[in-house]
Design a protein around this ligand. Structure first.
Ligand code: WT7
Length: 569
């Protein structure tokens, strides 16, 4: 029988926070948020208070807030302990001069300290700027320079990648251990919470651009109802849930759905230090009894490729899984249903959107291959080239009626860029192409720019090209995403060599290492091909990445065909 959909499990649907999509028009209402955010009536908020302190005030101080493991050792923190630690940290920041709107960057591995310093920065009224732990010097420089970061919390390893001389705005840097020691003196101090307006900044994340440097997406405190309400209905967190999001808070999934949405809903949050490891991940689910698990298609595909390994573990605690970042293959959903007896709920959103916009609920039918339906109250449309809505099932530009609660406040000091997201008739353009079926389910088609998604992480070709041409042997570079079964896409670079250079053994590997050590490991091209010339547009001389990609796909198709012929000859 051909499989086209998976119904909601009746017992799970009954327990779900949202029981019927059809009867729910609006979930992002102000009244709704007022009921959920304890300080909302005062008109002054603080996201960190709502995530942690509120639960302590309401009698949940002893509840486990955090379970951490790095494979070797575990740590557990209650809400009261997290409040205590983040209070002390916020005092250190305030005493050091941190003021509302200042940028406090956090450059730490995935660890409790990373989560605590983000919350502390927000408690002190600052904008938290979490950086992905794999960023190398140039990536750190670009981001801290752009928004003139004033404070930095890092550790003894990562500090080596901070280009101090190039960030003159920086007033103070702490090593996390020293920071922690400084906090001890605030043992019995009062609450350090700084109450904020909804338009005060809270979080800055950099997202890659296809033609320029990364853009600083600034979210304000007003994003909170979006985190809270999608956490409640899409993550579907209940009081006995153990929730694990695998993303590092340097990416928006790791902050919004790793820190804020689960803690606003009082979940017990799991952190795993380190990167993907199939055995360690399965064993973590078993040991901690994870019930809700948020990860990315690449990770699920990697687990799938481990075959029967799952049989060594008891994974029955899982109630549902969530996915984001790239297209989720139907096979993966059916595989998960078989091995975990749980569905994967795809979600669609972007750094700029601040939270989920297209989702699947535990109580509703899913159609594998589709990302789900618009969150109730959000209007999603497919537009033609004149930005006019298209009928059902036609492919066009995926757009959202603006605004909604989580929409970014601004692109850091770049109004022109910010404005470029919006059409004259009130739509936000995502840069994706999609179609919507007659039931409202949205199917992803592709991106209409050159941005690359590799292993769930977004990479701007321009940033990689710029790095490549810093290598003495490289004259020009064109970078594309080449389709790959496991990673969605891999980064492939086409380069021309400078005069006086010719290909030699190990040259491409040397160039690869160059990008890896200067930019970031995930941004280093897996394949580098040396060519005589790069295709360009006639007028502006822009490198035609689209053509490079099309040629690469045709080449791959030919290889597959000739393999097939050999096998069947
Ligand atoms: C781009 C945004 C904020 C979540 C993490 C990524 C792609 C996102 C899906 C999905 C297919 C997806 C889109 C989008 N994307 N979710 N469910 N299926 N593609 O955030 O790095 O800002 O990237 O990720 O292309 O525009 P991001």
């Amino acid at each position: 029988m051909e499989r086209t959909h998976i119904e909601a499990d009746k017992t799970i649907a009954k327990r779900a926070n949202l029981q019927s999509y059809e009867n729910t028009k609006e979930l992002f209402t102000w009244d709704h948020a007022l009921q959920e955010l304890s300080q909302a009536p005062s008109g002054k908020w603080n996201a960190a208070y709502e995530c942690i302190d509120r639960h302590v005030a309401e009698g949940y101080g002893d509840k486990k807030a955090l379970l951490f493991t790095d494979g070797d050792h575990d740590e557990t923190f209650t809400f009261a302990e997290v409040k205590h630690i983040t209070d002390g940290y916020a005092h250190v920041l305030k005493e050091s001069g941190v003021k509302v709107g200042d940028r406090v960057f956090i450059f730490l591995p995935k660890s409790p300290a990373c989560y605590f310093t983000i919350l502390a920065a927000i408690k002190a009224g600052a904008i938290a700027g979490p950086l992905f732990e794999a960023f190398m010097e140039d990536a750190v420089r670009e981001r801290m320079q752009d928004c003139e970061a004033q404070y930095l919390i890092t550790d003894e390893n990562l500090v080596k990648r901070v280009p101090f001389d190039d960030v003159p705005s920086l007033l103070k840097t702490w090593d996390i251990e020293e920071f922690d020691r400084e906090a001890q003196q605030y043992e019995d101090a009062d609450s350090p919470i700084v109450w904020l307006d909804e338009q005060d900044g809270m979080l800055i994340h950099y997202t890659s651009g296809s033609t320029g440097k990364p853009k600083g997406v600034l979210h304000a405190q007003k994003v909170l109802p979006h985190h809270l309400i999608t956490g409640k209905y899409v993550l579907d967190v209940h009081d006995d849930d153990v929730y694990w999001c695998t993303s590092h808070p340097g990416w928006v999934t790791g902050s919004v759905y790793g820190v804020f949405a689960p803690w606003l809903n009082r979940a017990t949050v799991v952190i795993h230090g380190g990167r993907f490891d199939a055995k360690e991940w399965y064993s973590l689910i078993e040991r901690f009894g994870v019930t809700i698990w948020y990860s990315a298609p690449t990770a699920f595909r990697m687990l799938m490729s481990e075959g029967d390994l799952y049989k060594d573990f008891n994974l029955t605690s899982l109630r549902h899984l969530l996915s984001v970042g790239e297209p989720l293959n139907p096979e993966v959903i059916y595989w998960a249903k078989d091995v975990f007896n749980a569905r994967i709920h795809d979600t669609w959103w972007m750094t700029e959107t601040g939270g989920h916009l297209i989702v699947n609920f535990p109580s509703a039918l899913i159609k594998p291959g589709s990302m789900g339906r618009a969150f109730p109250g959000v209007t999603v449309g497919i537009l033609d080239e004149n930005n006019e809505p298209l009928p059902a099932n036609e492919v066009g530009k995926l757009a959202v009626k603006a605004p909604w609660p989580g929409l970014m406040k601004e692109i850091w000091k770049n109004k022109e860029k910010f404005d470029s997201y919006f059409t004259d008739n009130g739509w936000y353009l995502s840069g994706d192409t999609a179609r919507i079926d007659e039931d409202g389910y949205v199917f992803f088609e592709g991106r209409d720019d050159d941005l690359i998604k590799t292993a769930g992480e977004q990479v701007g070709p321009f940033e990689v090209e710029s790095k490549l041409i810093e290598h003495p042997a490289v004259a020009e570079a064109g970078v594309i995403g080449k389709p790959d079964e496991l990673r969605g896409h891999i980064i492939k670079a086409f380069i021309t060599l400078r005069h006086g250079y010719s290909d030699y053994d190990g040259l491409t590997e040397e160039i690869r290492q160059f990008v890896k050590t200067k930019l970031a490991a995930h941004a280093a091209p897996r394949e580098i091909e040396i060519v005589e010339e790069l295709p360009k547009t006639k007028i502006s001389g822009k490198i035609l990445r689209r053509l490079l990609k099309q040629q690469e796909i045709e080449k791959m198709q030919k290889e597959v065909a000739s393999e097939w012929q050999k096998k069947n000859a």
